[in-house]
Design a protein around this ligand. Sequence first.
Ligand SMILES: [Zn+2]
Length: 54
Amino acid sequence: MPVYDFTCLKCNKNFTLTLSLKEYGKDKLKCPSCGSGKVEQKPAAFFAVTSRKS
Ligand SMILES: [Zn+2]
């Protein structure tokens, strides 16, 4: 299953969640630290890999 990186906008903590597409579509993403639903998904890790070709 894919792993998603999130940042909590309330307590500023980073966390990862492993979600199926089914779960991902639901609006129940919560910060495991403070329980806030104000979380922001970060780009997947493989996007961060620097591979400049040009
Ligand atoms: Zn939080």
